[in-house]
Every structure is written in structure tokens, then in C-alpha cells.
Design a protein around this ligand. Structure first.
Ligand code: FMN
Length: 321
């Protein structure tokens, strides 16, 4: 499947692994890139040293292109990290929070593309005006920090606003090739997929996280500020219900993030051996597509399934004419 996205990223398939902080570590990144998709390391929870180790682990496993997503780094640190991801061979820098103009210039001087996450049309316009090369239109269905506009409504509006200038990638609630075909039909050039890739053997996760996703129905998530202070779509549980009932106690980011750490419910980024995980209170970001996920599937196999299913949908729809 060839689109503007596969052309600019120099990959086979228009399927991007979301740079999920705490989840998208080297194994799943390398598996997606090696299968012809585009793997993105979720480095928002990592210091520069760990990020470089993870990048080196990716490049030991694949020589295909990959990217790095940074979310919460302070502006000063961010430039150091961006320089490091450039120096170690990342093809793309994904800016998860805002448009750092000096980072855009730095990347462009080194031929590295900049992707920006957008939840509103005006964010996408600002990103393109700041020089970003690709925008991800992320709907409210998405797992993790998210806005209010649904993917189905957001994607075509972002395409209309900036699609003549840059490739647009759809995100939020996309878990299979039907979602890829739908994204292409809305005018997007590919998909950015998070939650579906958590349920793979390669993704980093504490015990109970993947099992919880396999059992959850489509209404099992909620948007809560309880874990970070920002609106975040997570598995609904006793902890999110506490904060629903005590909104006056919520603090802004990063204080609320520290609160959830103190409460022993935030272990994102630790591995399956981490002790003391209580799945009825733990921080498990997940999107609304979760109800369609009922088995762990290797990440490379998922990339191939996305494309085969989307091609079948395109053929089926074309046959309706
Ligand atoms: C566990 C988890 C962690 C995430 N961390 C980040 C992050 O660090 N940076 C970022 O830009 N987006 C992050 N996101 C959002 C994803 O990039 C992506 O937009 C979202 O997962 C897409 O929706 P889906 O989960 O329905 O596929 C995260 C999502 C999840 C589920």
C-alpha cells in the first residue's frame, strides 16, 4: 500500500506504531519497523541515556527507519534529547506536546522529519506553520492523553486544513485494517496505532496490563485526570472512580502525576516483573478500540494483518460501484 506517508518515511506500509511512553520500547519498535511499518520509541518517560540505549537496541535489531516520541521533557532538556535522537539515527522526531520551533529547525538541519500530535484543527495549522512535516490527527477515542473531538470528525477537518501541505495520519480507536481503510477514506495517508500494539508479546507492560485489555469491553475506558493531572483515557477502575467523586482534590500536572506515584498506582514503563501491581487501581492507558482486542498478536504480524484487511475492505467497497 503506497501513500504520501510511505513515500516520505520510506517504508512499505502506512502503519505507524504510536510512541507510547512506558510501552513502545525497542522490541516492539523494531518488530513494527522490520515488518515494513514505522516503529516509534516512546521516550517521554526516559532520560537521554536510556533513550540512547533503546535506540541502539532498535538499530541492532533492524536497519529500517524508526522514530522517537518525546512528550513531557522540559524545553531545555528536549533539545539535548532531540540532538541525541538525531545523532543515533532516528529518522523522525515526534513532538507529543506543542510545537517546539527550535527543535524543528534542529531536525531539519539534519534531515530528520518532525511529526506533531494534534487534537484540534488549529493545532494542526500551527504545527504546519511551525514547519512540521507530518501531523497526526488524534481523536478522543485514543488511549493516553487525549482531547474531545472524535477521530471520525477530526481527521477530514484536519485533512481539509493542512492535507494539501503535509501528510495527515489518523489516530484514536484504530485497531485493525478496517480502521486503516476508513482513515484512508477520510483522506488520511496512514494510521498511528497505540492500544492495539500494547496487546503484543513485544510491548513493555507490567503484569495485568495486557490481560486487562484482552478482557475489556468498548465502554471500559474513561477520561481521567487522576493519574497525571491532564485528561488521559485509561481503563476505568477504583482509582478513576475515586477522582470522579473527589474532583476538588485534583492537582495540575505534574503534581497529580507525583500523587499517583505516591499512591503506588503508577508503574508505567516498568516490566512484567514489577511487584505490587493492583490492576483494580493501576494506571493502564487504553483507547476505546480495546473491546475489539482479544488476543496477543506479534507486532510484525499485526502490521501485515492491518494491510491485508485494509486491502480486502478497499476491494469490497470498490465492488459496490
Ligand atoms: C500507554 C500509552 C502511552 C502513551 N504515551 C504517549 C506519549 O508518550 N506521547 C504521545 O505523543 N502519545 C502517547 N500516547 C498516545 C498515542 O501516541 C496514540 O495517539 C494513541 O494511543 C492512539 O489511540 P489508540 O490507543 O486508540 O490507538 C499514549 C497512548 C497510550 C495508550
Amino acid at each position: 500500500m503506497r501513500t504520501r506517508l510511505t513515500d516520505v518515511l520510506e517504508v512499505e506500509h502506512p502503519v505507524m506504531l504510536a510512541g507510547m511512553g512506558g510501552v513502545s520500547y525497542h522490541e516492539v519498535v523494531a518488530a513494527v519497523s522490520e515488518a515494513g511499518g514505522f516503529g516509534c520509541l516512546g521516550a517521554s518517560t526516559m532520560g537521554t541515556e536510556r533513550m540512547v540505549e533503546e535506540i541502539e537496541a532498535v538499530t541492532r535489531r533492524t536497519d529500517k527507519p524508526f522514530g522517537v516520541d518525546l512528550l513531557t521533557a522540559a524545553p531545555g532538556d528536549m533539545l539535548v534529547q532531540v540532538q541525541a535522537l538525531i545523532d543515533h539515527g532516528s529518522r523522525v522526531f515526534v513532538a507529543g506536546l506543542g510545537v517546539p520551533r527550535d527543535a524543528v529547525e534542529l531536525c531539519h538541519r539534519h534531515n530528520v522529519l518532525v511529526v506533531n500530535m494534534c487534537g484540534k484543527v488549529r493545532h494542526a495549522i500551527a504545527a504546519v506553520e511551525a514547519g512540521c512535516d507530518i501531523v497526526v490527527a488524534q481523536g478522543t477515542e485514543a488511549g493516553g492523553h487525549t482531547g474531545l473531538i472524535a477521530t471520525m470528525a477530526l481527521v477530514p477537518q484536519v485533512v481539509d486544513a493542512v492535507g494539501d501541505r503535509v501528510p495527515v495520519v489518523a489516530a484514536g480507536g484504530i485497531v485493525d485494517g478496517r480502521g486503516l481503510a476508513a482513515a484512508l477514506a477520510l483522506g488520511a495517508d496512514g494510521v498511528w496505532v497505540g492500544t492495539r500494539f500494547i496487546a503484543t508479546p513485544e510491548a513493555q507492560a507490567v503484569s495485568g496490563y495486557k490481560d486487562t485489555l484482552l478482557q475489556l469491553a468498548e465502554d471500559g475506558t474513561t477520561i481521567s485526570r487522576g493519574y497525571t493531572g491532564k485528561t488521559c483515557r485509561v481503563v476505568a477502575n477504583d482509582y478513576t472512580r475515586y477522582w470522579e467523586q473527589h474532583p476538588d482534590e485534583l492537582q495540575p500536572f505534574p503534581m497529580q502525576f507525583l500523587r499517583s506515584m505516591e499512591d503506588g498506582v503508577n508503574h508505567l514503563g516498568r516490566d512484567a516483573d514489577e511487584p505490587g501491581i493492583d490492576p483494580s487501581r493501576e494506571f493502564f492507558p487504553a483507547g476505546q478500540g480495546v473491546g475489539a482486542i482479544d488476543e496477543l498478536v506479534p507486532a510484525g504480524e499485526l502490521v501485515r494483518r492491518f494491510v491485508a484487511e485494509a486491502e480486502a475492505v478497499v476491494d469490497r467497497v470498490a465492488a459496490m460501484r
